[in-house]
Write a protein that binds this ligand. Structure first.
Ligand SMILES: Nc1ncnc2c1ncn2[C@@H]1O[C@H](COP(=O)(O)OP(=O)(O)O)[C@@H](O)[C@H]1O
Ligand SMILES: [Mg+2]
Length: 329
């Protein structure tokens, strides 16, 4: 299915300007699974490359080297190849961890002097692991300094993750910047839904269920717009397993309060909050990538000021199916 790119105008503009200026701080972007972090990086990569930036895009989770580096500037792919030749297995991870060597190899062959550089490490936590990411953020920070010392005109390093649990650890550090990307806004979502052929009268309900999440929309499209089938699947995969969690059974009241208003996560049982965060069901709304990225608080959509349900469907399935079930048990 070919999916046309919609919106993200503000985000692309903001990131392009940041790339132009350069930044000593690696920018970490987190956000709901499927909200469009990878797609945003891919579009940014292509746009900046066309403007003459030297761009390394790396999918840290991908094991195939060609796919892991898709769309990167040719000379950087070459530098990577010289570093990882002979390595097998999880090459995305290998390249991520050997990033300083890649920079060295590039400098040796081509020189950074006068170049505008962008390094984007996608799926960074998924690729290198939660335990490694703090140390890695420091590596990226040092790398930005080194590349500037080698004479580059500017550098911007971006890393993304869907692992909500990494946010806490990363937020403690002053040598990186941390922002979130949210799902698509209502208009952009509608544009995408129409482009994918959604029935006109279904768009509003689709938005209410998916919170504007493009991956969820595409998933429903591949099920011929049978939202029931999609809801069943996410219930089975994401929600029903909560029934067997001791912490959920022990704090059903808190769960109900978070369903009514996600901001109640702030004063709920900490273990329950941690579980919902680690399962990527709720997200903390810290610093939005751009002011327009911040979603509007809405009780019906499960969006508060501080916390939000990643997909409203999670909230609705917990409310309508899981909680009644837990009360019966
Ligand atoms: N702005 C957008 N316009 C059109 N499709 C999008 C947009 N953002 C994401 N998508 C599509 O939604 C799906 C999930 O996006 P992805 O970037 O993989 O999410 P993430 O990396 O945040 O998990 C992909 O198929 C992607 O092409
Ligand atoms: Mg991604």
């Amino acid at each position: 299915m070919r999916v046309p790119f919609v919106d993200r105008v503000g985000e692309i503009e903001f990131l392009s300007e940041l790339a132009e200026r350069g930044s000593p701080f690696p920018l970490f972007i987190y956000g709901p699974e499927g909200c469009g972090k990878t797609r945003l990086l891919e579009e940014l990569r292509d746009s900046l490359k066309a403007q003459g930036f030297l761009v390394l895009y790396l999918d840290a989770e991908e094991s195939d080297l060609g796919r892991a580096l898709r769309g990167s500037s040719r000379e950087l792919v070459d530098a990577v190849a010289s570093v990882v030749s002979g390595f097998e297995g999880a090459l995305g991870k290998v390249v991520a961890l050997a990033i300083a060597k890649v920079v060295e190899a590039y400098e040796h062959r081509y020189r950074f002097r006068g170049k505008r550089v962008v390094i984007a490490v996608d799926e960074v936590v998924e690729g290198i692991g939660l335990g490694e990411v703090e140390r890695y953020a420091k590596v990226l920070h040092d790398l930005a300094r080194d590349v500037v010392e080698l004479g580059a005109e500017s550098i911007l390093i971006i890393a993304t993750t869907s692992e909500e649990a990494s946010r806490d650890a990363l937020s403690r550090h002053s040598y990186l910047h941390l922002s979130y990307l949210w799902n698509l806004g209502e208009e952009a979502f509608e544009e995408l839904a129409r482009a994918l052929g959604a029935p006109r009268d279904a768009v509003e309900e689709l938005y209410e269920l998916t919170s504007g999440n493009p991956r969820a929309l595409i998933d429903i499209a591949t099920r011929s717009w049978r939202t029931g089938s999609w809801l069943e699947a996410i219930y089975a995969e994401r929600i029903r397993p909560l029934r067997y969690e001791r912490i959920v059974a022990a704090h059903v009241d808190d769960l109900e309060r978070i369903v009514e208003d996600p901001d109640n996560a702030s004063n709920a049982d900490p273990e329950l909050r941690k579980l919902l965060i680690e399962r990527n069901l709720i997200t903390y709304l810290g610093n939005p990538l751009t002011p327009s990225t911040r979603p509007r608080p809405s009780a019906e959509m499960g969006i508060g000021n501080e916390f939000a349900w990643q997909l409203n469907a999670y909230r609705l399935l917990i409310k309508d199916r899981l909680i009644p079930q837990l009360h019966r048990e």
